[in-house]
Design a protein around this ligand. Sequence first.
Ligand code: ADP
Ligand code: F6P
Length: 487
Amino acid sequence: MSPARRGRLVAVSNRVGPVTGEGAAGGLAVALVDALRETRGIWFGWSGKTGGSAESNRVRVRETAGLRTATLDLPAADHDGYYNGFANHCLWPLFHFRVDLSRYDPDEHAAYARVNALFARQLLPLLESDDLVWVHDYHLFPLAAELRALGARQRLGFFLHIPFPPRDILNTLPAHEWLVRALFDYDLVGFQTEQDLQRFCDYIEREARGSVSGTRVRAWGREIRAAAFPIGIDVGAFERLATAPAAARQVRELRARLRDRAQIIGVDRLDYSKGLLRRLSAYETLLERQPRVHGKLEFLQIAPISRGEVQAYRDFRAEIEQAAARINSRFARLDWTPVRWLTQAVPRPTLAALYRASRVALVTPVRDGMNLVAKEYVAAQDPDDPGVLVLSCFAGAAQQMQAALLVNPYDAAATAEALLRASELPLDERRARHAELMRGLREFDLARWRDAFTQALAAPARRRVRDLRALLRLPSATTESPSRSRH
Ligand code: ADP
Ligand code: F6P
């Protein structure tokens, strides 16, 4: 862990954990849990339960497997306005460039502010003076402002897991200034990619009339530091999952079922930002144009239902299920179902086996902060006989994964062509692309992301850090276009 680290790490996020069991094998939880255990820190957030009132609900501190969590039930109405409303019906679509789906409701905005204020009140008594507090994601923009108002003087960092939108889009939010200004109560603000950082800086310079100099950003009479910290995965853990004896058996069984068919896999929460409709349309285009692939490809989409209380998600679900059914009714044969659609969550070992048994992964969000599925798929492959990643240029991951087959998900014909090419790519090219992708995954893995952020947060306030990116050896920017890939 960071030599610069002095105090405990305290993580704050909407959801906490899981800390133990299969779920804990995944991503963020592992990265945070290791660092929290090492520093005897705390993970603070919503308990997952609603009920009671803001006055009566008390924070529950637990220690599980050496890790302390502090969780809080939220009053049902506040949770609805904060999570289903402002976070997921207003901010999420807007930050994924979907102004058309974004709804601003002042009551939901008020519930969001109330929940952040409640979090601050309940968190503050748990903090020690030299703690580093790391706040995660769009649910908690104003948490630092609420903590500061109560007198908190700890170093506070914020990491945005989702994209930062262009200024013109952000300006459609009636509360845009309130939201961005709240970031200036943090010491450090982190984004997934250089593009997100640039869009933030553009807002600051042109809308807030602030200034940017290296990683120092000034506005509203305050100065913070901001940088891109692309999140990675625990590569070794995923490789181990994919090569464990149980996974090897599952891969053999899956391949025996598929026989000479190549499986294409998609794994996404059922979310309109994941590009599922366009993905199906690209697959349909391929089936229309290339009858020779009938019976030779099988598309397995795993899409667990997400945020089912938000109307846009319910509408989207109905639409997508119709599209999958339409493809099957057009092309299915007695011995072949072109699309298999699963809505359940899959245990991580099974997920690793499914990735490894799939010739192609189709990861085509129309907008995504990073996209960890793309990274997990690559890490799960057999290096001697790897599958091929087809990746949207609008996923943050594309900035680091230029050896994937990059596609524009809005171009169904080009995506269909890339899919065909991926399914037929010769072994030597598959190996070369996989090796290059693995180099990137190992270099910018989850531990590095965590350490880079916490070191930057711990760096003394007055130290002259001219270029945080250079100091932390973070990757430089590339552009958002499939033509930048090397094919
Ligand atoms: P997002 O954070 O928007 O959901 P990511 O691709 O960054 O998108 O992360 C999704 C995470 O959820 C990945 O770690 C992936 O393995 C996991 N996941 C997605 N779908 C499933 C599923 N059906 N079963 C188990 N894990 C899943
Ligand atoms: O990637 C964004 C994100 O909100 C994560 O923070 C979260 O783990 C994931 O999407 C799932 O969302 P939710 O917590 O709303 O189910």
